[in-house]
Every structure is written in C-alpha cells, then in structure tokens.
Design a protein. Structure first.
Lengths: 319, 338
C-alpha cells in the first residue's frame, strides 16, 4: 500500500508540532512557569502520530500520561492543549486536569490517564458502545510496556477478546517503566506474544517508523472491525526522563545517544527528501509553520484567564 | 397496594428502565442464565437477550471500568458486583476513573452508570462476603451512594439512579431481598421515581430520632414499636441516599426531638454515622439537643462466621431499644444535674 506525499507531509507536520510543543513545555518548566509535572514523548512521536492520523474522527482514543503526540495525532487543538498545560480556563479540561488528563471528546479523545493502564478497561466499554450501536468505528487504547504488567491489562484484553470488540490495543514500549527496564519487569522480549493468551492477533513494529505504523493502523482498523481486538506493540524510546524530576541514573548517555540517532522525525525527513524528492524548501516551510502553531498556542494560553474557584462545585456532578 | 419482595422490586426497576430506554444494558457475573447470585435478575436474559444482559468473566475491575467506558460514550449501563466486598477489586475503575472522569476532563460528557451490589452480614458468609463498605465511597466526590430499606424505595430509587447522569453506587441489603412490602403496580410505576437526595420519615415521633439507612431502618422500626409500648414516641428517619445527603431533613428531625441515635451496620470507626453527627453538631440543631448524639454501629471487627458472633457484632432491634433507653435516661440525668 502506497502512502501519498500529502499524508507523509501531514505526518511530518504533526510530529514536528509534537516535538515543538514538548520542547516549549519543557522550557516553560525550566523558567518555573508551570507547576506540577509533565511526561514528554520526545523520541516517541511516531507512535502517537502514526496511529492517530490513521483514525477517523468518530473513532475513540484513550491516551497515556505521556500522550501529547497521541492527542495531536488524533487532531486535538494545540491551543487548548497548551492552555490546559498552563492550567487555564480555556484549556480542554478548564484547567482541572493538566497535561496528565488531556481530553477532547469532540475529536474522539476520551482522555489521558494518570494511572498506568487506567484507560484499558474504559476502552473496552467505549468499544462496547460502538459495537452495541452498530457503529463502523474503533477504539484505540494507548498504554506503555509497564501497563502490560498490571492486572487490568489481563482483564481488559480477555473481555475484549471474548466479546470481539473493535479495540486496537497499542503498547508503546519505550523500554522503561519509570526507571525499571523491561528485562527486569517481564520475562519475555516481545510484548506482542502476550496477545496469544487471548487468541488475539499481536504484532510488533519499529516504533520509530511512522510510515509503517500509519499503514499498519489502517489495516488494524479494518481487522478489528471484522475480527475483534488486536495488540500492536510499538518499540521505541523516550529521550527525556520519566518526568521532570528524573536524574536518569538507570541508563547511560551512550544508550540515549544511540536512540537519538534513530530520531523518527529525521528518518521521515530523509525519506521525504531522498525517496519522495520533496523540495527542502517545502519541508522547512512545514518546520516553520509547526513552530508558529506552537508559538500561537502558547500566546493563546498565556493570555487566557485563570479558572474560577467559585463555580468548581457545580462541575463535580452532571445534571 | 400489592406486595412484592425487595428483589422483585429491583428486577422490576431494571426491566422497566430497559424497556423504556435501549441504551440501558446490564453486565455482571452470572446475571444471565443463573439469574444473579441472589436471583435478582431471574428471567431478564429471556426478555432482553444476550446483547443487553451480558454475563462477564470473573473480572470485577473490567466490569466497572467497561461500564464506565460505555457510560462515557452514550450507553447507560447497570453493572452488578456479586458482593459489595468485591468493590475492592475495582477500586481504580471506581475511584480514579468513573468518579473523576467528568471533572478532570473539564465536565465534558457524563457517566450515567449504576453499580448494584449486595451488602451486609447475616448470611453466614464470613469476613469477605458480609461487609458494609459504603463509607469508603461516600468519601469520593463524583459518586452518589444509595441504600434502600424497603421494596418501595428500592424500586423508586433504582429507577432514579438509572436515569441519573452520574455514577451511582446502589448498595442492596442481602437480608432484605426476600422481605415484602407495598409497591405500586407496574402500570403505575412510570411515576414511581424517588429522587436521590431525599430522606424519608419512616415513622414520625417526638421524643427521639433514630437516623438510619438500609436494613437497620427495619430494625429501628421494630425497636420504635417496642419503645412506643413504654411511652417513648420515636421518629425513624431513613436517609436513603448517603450522597447527596438530605442535610435539611436530618437537621429538622434533630431539632424536632432533641435526641438523636444513629444506627448503621457498618463498623463505627470512620463510619457514615460520624458524618451525620457532624451535620447536626455544626448546625443550629446543636442548640436544640437535650442529650449527646449517640451512635450504635457494627463493632470494629471483621464479620465472624459463627452465627451467634455474626449477629452479635452488628446492631439488632434489641440493641437499638437499649441504646434508645440509655439516651432517654441520659437526658433525665442531664436534667437532674441542672
């Protein structure tokens, strides 16, 4: 299956937006402009973007705490994301959630989760709704390697399989659950084999190859609508620490540098230039536009008002 | 009015709501062919089929989580946990997911979800199948908590819970399932909705108020009958909904009688009775009190197996009677002191 230049350029744009968004967010931290914490997906952008861009607006995603790329991939507005990051009233969650709980139901994002594996059971329910209402849509649940060691992983994949629900379980394996290497947390090297327990299809992909991820997600979409859920493992790496307060004593600079050489954005850029013969000027334009988009998002967020305390009780319960 | 059991009332409420609204589905362990561990859903599979009455694996966490996910996306699930003790297995889904998702996502959407679950001791099922854990969930903003004491209330409150747009914990009382009470005929039931958050005076009186919920309301009514025999006129206030609590009704009754006994089966320490006490103590009702507020609760122990011990660690009508008398005497002692 050939992927058009237009699609590749959009994938490139969204990955660059994610990169700039997070670099800007990290910079805001260093300036002391943000409180709380954040988890960055720099180096992992291909997973969120490649999957999200292959979905339809009515498809659902459930993101992880490291979910900026997943949200941008699904088409979320960076202005409202940045405003949420700064805790502003115009944020997608009115400043109540912060970047660990980014959500926008209007583009099918049912929210990022602060609990490792927290989205898994919700995804089963969302897909049950799709199946029950006869929709031709799927649910994607993002989670990390660490989540596959949670009990809810087993319960969710099992039930989704029994009920043949249209869920793509997407495991972003970045090799570490906080500081613990996967080799110390599980006695297998390929997480996709876990699918066999549920008589479910499981595939393992290069998580830095956005074109492959995009193509495989298109196929997975069709597959889960016909056959029920599958597990897709995207093997990648996070360049930054677990969160803003990580001294990274558990890995070497050499290991990080080795993965930086496999930068998913640079890889796609190379393909665009050398295989698709896109003029470098065109690519630089996208770089600039992505940077401007993030600058505008930041300006919007900074100019937005703080949320009000006096109406907060009214938001706990629905009418 | 006809009489039906508490279990029948719950089944009728679910079935009527499922007939009325195709978005209402029912999931849980052994609710289909088996009819539920306590027979509550007997016959529902035959009427609604496997797409709407869905047996699950023994996986409480995903039962609650999937129900919450379905609720977020347009269905209105009723999930059954076979014993309320099993909420321990679904705590993340309940507390971090269902209760929080509306708020933490900036009030996008709603979670119209009912979790029905049998609570309480008295069946010889020992420590892991007999607890009354309602206080835990009352401490989590975003959840509503209901515990009905009669078939009439069970039906009306459950129908209201299914129509509510929030996660509702509906604690049923095992020992009440087979008890009968008046409930309007099904054809009149469309109107039989009891709003959440409204207490009910089950017996009106002037000397003393017993505030309770669930099965202990029935024990309190028995005690009140006996107290009437010795000239003590007892009011029994059934708060029915712990969250939201009808604070006005609690305060009004405390002001009216000036003496309050709170009764629940759950253990005393950290129990919901403390919340009722403080509701009275930091309201104007404080100035109307003729005696300290008293709590009669389960002992601070796990529920034991031996039948005598099991009955002995939770309040009974006899213990309620004795506590009420002590409360009345305390008043006389206080009057004597002044």
């Amino acid at each position: 299956m050939a992927v058009s230049d237009t699609v590749l350029l959009e994938l490139y744009r969204k990955m660059q937006q994610t990169r700039f968004f997070e670099e800007t967010a990290a910079h805001l931290f260093s300036l002391g402009k943000v409180h709380g914490t954040a988890h960055f997906c720099i180096g992992e952008e291909a997973s969120g973007i490649g999957v999200g861009h292959a979905l339809k607006n009515e498809d659902y995603i459930l993101q992880t705490h490291r979910g900026h790329g997943q949200a941008i991939g699904k088409g979320m507005d960076m202005k409202r994301m940045m405003a949420e990051f700064l805790g502003k009233e115009t944020g997608c969650c009115k400043g109540y959630g912060g970047c660990m709980h980014i959500a926008d139901f209007s583009v099918g994002s049912l929210g990022a989760n602060g609990i490792v594996g927290g989205g898994l059971s919700l995804a089963v329910g969302a897909a049950l709704t799709q199946q029950y209402l006869g929709k031709n849509n799927v649910t994607v649940c993002f989670f990390g390697d660490g989540a596959t060691n949670q009990g809810i992983f087993h319960e969710s994949l099992n039930l989704a399989s029994v009920w043949k629900l249209p869920v793509i379980f997407v495991c972003t394996n970045n090799l570490y659950g906080m500081s613990t290497h996967v080799s110390k947390a599980m006695n297998i090297t390929d997480i996709a084999v876990r699918a066999a327990s549920y008589n479910m299809k499981g595939i393992s992909l290069d998580g830095n190859d956005v074109i492959t991820i995009y193509k495989e997600t298109l196929q997975a979409r069709d597959y889960v609508l016909q056959h029920g859920p599958m597990l897709m493992v995207l093997n990648t790496y996070r360049w930054m620490g677990h969160s803003k307060s990580d001294a990274q004593l558990y890995r070497t600079k050499e290991e990080v540098d080795e993965w930086k050489n496999r930068d998913p954005i640079k890889q796609l850029r190379k393909t665009l230039l050398e295989e698709r013969h896109i003029p470098v000027k065109k690519i630089e334009e996208i770089d600039q536009e992505a940077e401007i988009d993030v600058e505008q998002a930041l300006a919007f967020a900074e100019q937005s008002p703080e949320p009000r305390l006096d109406s907060i009780l009214a938001d706990v319960y629905a009418d | 009015m006809r009489e039906i059991t508490y279990a029948d009332a719950i089944r009728e409420a679910m079935s009527e709501e499922m007939r009325r609204d195709s978005r209402v589905i029912f999931i849980g362990e052994d609710i289909g062919v088996y009819g539920g561990a306590f027979g509550v859903s007997r016959g529902m599979l035959e009427e609604f089929g496997e797409t709407r009455v869905r047996d699950t694996p023994i996986s409480e966490a995903v039962i609650v989580g999937a129900a919450a996910g379905a609720a977020m996306t347009g269905l209105r699930p009723i999930a059954e946990l076979m014993f309320s003790d099993f909420i321990t297995l679904a705590m993340d889904q309940l507390v971090n997911q269902a209760a929080k998702n509306r708020f933490q996502f900036g009030s996008q959407g709603a979670i119209p979800l009912v979790i029905r679950t049998p609570a309480g001791s008295g069946t010889g099922a020992a420590a892991q199948h007999s607890q009354s854990l309602e206080a835990w969930v009352c401490h989590v903003p975003g959840l509503k908590v209901v515990i009905p004491s009669t078939p009439y209330d069970a039906k009306g409150l459950l129908k209201a819970a299914v129509r509510d747009n929030n996660p509702v914990l509906f604690f049923e009382q095992k020992l009440l399932y087979r008890t009968k009470g008046e409930v309007p005929e099904p054809e009149l039931s469309e109107d039989h909705i009891i709003p959440l958050g409204k207490a009910d005076i089950k017996r009106s009186g002037h000397d003393l108020t017993i505030i309770s919920y669930g099965r202990m309301v029935q024990e309190s009514l028995k005690a009140a009958e006996k107290l009437a025999g010795i000239g003590i006129d007892t009011e029994v206030l059934d708060i029915r909904t712990l969250v939201p609590m009808d604070r006005q009704a609690v305060i009004a009754s405390a002001k009216k009688t000036g003496r309050v006994l709170i009764v629940h089966e759950a253990v005393k320490t950290g129990g919901f009775g403390g919340e009722i006490v403080s509701t009275i103590a930091d309201s104007e009702a404080f100035f109307y009190l003729d005696a300290p507020i008293k709590r009669l609760c389960g002992l601070d122990v796990p529920i034991p197996y031996n039948p005598g011990l099991e009955a002995g660690v939770v309040p009974s009508s006899a213990a309620i009677y004795t506590s009420a008398l002590e409360l009345m005497e305390q008043r006389q002692l206080m009057q004597g002191a002044t």
